[in-house]
Design a protein around this ligand. Structure first.
Ligand SMILES: [Zn+2]
Ligand SMILES: [Zn+2]
Length: 125
């Protein structure tokens, strides 16, 4: 069996990435930092180990979160252990990756319906 390869990148196409196989974890984060960095009400993310994540192109990084310096798209956070992808930057929409936990639900918008079966942590899951 071969691992599924998913591709993604920024809005202008200068930064491209690839992840292989199933993510190690996935979730939604409603924390204040994720709201600010995405400009949205929450972040959808999934993580892959470093040997299953690669990217090309020039990035800029602020406090561990990387983005395209040309178009400003927020892409991922990565270090030697792996990459945490912002799921909205995958090429496929919908991408089929189901978040498995929600974090920082004390910051969760009240208009957002509860997702059946999803564990909801008040702060870090
Ligand atoms: Zn770009
Ligand atoms: Zn967060």
């Amino acid at each position: 069996m071969t691992d599924e390869i998913r591709t993604g990148g920024c809005l202008c196409g200068a930064v491209r990435y690839e992840v292989r196989g199933a993510p190690m974890k996935s979730g939604l984060c409603h924390c204040g930092d994720c709201r600010k960095v995405t400009g949205s009400s929450f972040l959808a993310y999934a993580d892959w180990p470093s040997d299953r994540f690669s990217f090309t192109g020039e990035i800029a990084t602020y406090e561990g979160r990387s983005f395209c310096p040309k178009c400003g798209s927020r892409l991922f956070a990565y270090d030697e252990t792996g990459g945490e992808i912002y799921l909205g930057t995958l090429d496929d929409a919908p991408n089929g990756i189901r978040p498995l936990v929600e974090g920082w639900c004390i910051r969760r918008e009240h208009w957002l319906p509860v997702i059946a079966g999803m564990p909801m942590a008040r702060q870090d899951p």
